[in-house]
Design a protein around this ligand. Structure first.
Ligand code: IPD
Ligand code: CA
Ligand code: CA
Length: 263
């Protein structure tokens, strides 16, 4: 498999999709809701996913595409070459803030992550990795994550998990928040993952993510030594939704053992 050629193809496709999304602000964006009133999708999410499907089909029709908006074929296994794509991660930020949303893409071969991309569309910032060769932030190589103590950590977490809720012991998370240096919540899982792999955050916790939220990010994680699991400490389930923790390797186990208890 010619990863270099695929990497060049993926970057060109992502940059072009980014240009199209930025141009979309000059015409009407149509907003709809999906599973609930806060689960937003726009015509631009769908058009961007279709753009990726057309490009990939023209490049190699044997490649499969697992995209959030389900515009392609149904994918029920990771056998063969599979592109995992979220055309806009952080749709609420896209609609409301016109910033802080990502395109994220992962290329998997028989279930193994080979290429990973997280592209901040408005900043035109690309975090990416080629399995076994390293990770880059634009043109600069990213370094391995450095040792860190839990009380020095800045973690990404959504405030709703620190109030009583049916999924996780919020008392333990309050203890975590009182221990760490700070918390942040950006509204785009891919952005939070990009920040963990580049050391701008030290962990990110989510109770429910889908394969397209993390497919690109976990490839980058591996190259910099970040550890990505579900909240039971096992590999994320790429064919359904799952809990998710990505962290600096020096605090991942401690987070799971001392602060995270699913109900
Ligand atoms: C969402 C964002 C959000 C996360 C949600 C995701 P979307 O993706 O990443 O930060 O908390 O779980 O579904 O719907 O904007 O692509
Ligand atoms: Ca999305
Ligand atoms: Ca998403």
């Amino acid at each position: 498999m010619d990863l270099k050629r695929l990497d060049t193809f993926a970057k060109e496709m992502i940059f072009e999709a980014g240009r199209r999304i930025r141009n979309a602000f000059s015409y009407d964006i149509k907003i709809e809701t999906k599973t609930n009133a806060n689960d937003l999708v726009t015509n631009i999410d769908r058009e961007t996913e279709l753009f990726f499907i057309e490009k990939i089909n023209a490049f190699d029709p044997t490649h499969k595409i697992l995209g959030e908006e389900g515009m392609g074929e149904h994918v029920d296994s990771l056998d063969g070459v599979v592109w995992i794509i979220d055309p806009i991660d952080g749709t609420m930020n896209f609609v409301k803030q016109h910033r802080h949303f990502m395109i994220t893409v992962g290329l998997y071969v028989d279930g193994i992550g080979k290429l990973g991309y997280i592209f901040d569309v408005m900043r035109e910032d690309l975090f990416y990795a080629v399995a076994g060769e390293g990770a880059w932030y634009n043109d600069s190589p990213m370094r391995k994550l450095q040792p860190l103590k839990i009380d020095e950590a800045v973690i990404g977490i959504n405030a709703s998990w620190v109030t009583p809720n049916p999924k996780i012991n919020h008392e333990k998370l309050i203890k975590l928040i009182n221990t760490v240096r700070g918390t942040r919540s950006y509204g785009s899982a891919a952005m939070e993952i990009a920040f963990v792999v580049s050391g701008k955050l030290d962990a990110y916790i989510s109770m429910r993510l889908a394969p397209w939220d993390i497919g690109g990010g976990v490839v980058i994680a591996k190259e910099v030594g970040a550890i990505a699991t579900n909240l039971s400490g096992n590999s994320f389930d790429f064919l359904s939704t799952d809990t998710f923790l990505i962290a600096n390797p020096y605090i991942h186990r401690q987070l799971l053992e001392n602060y995270i208890e699913e109900k």
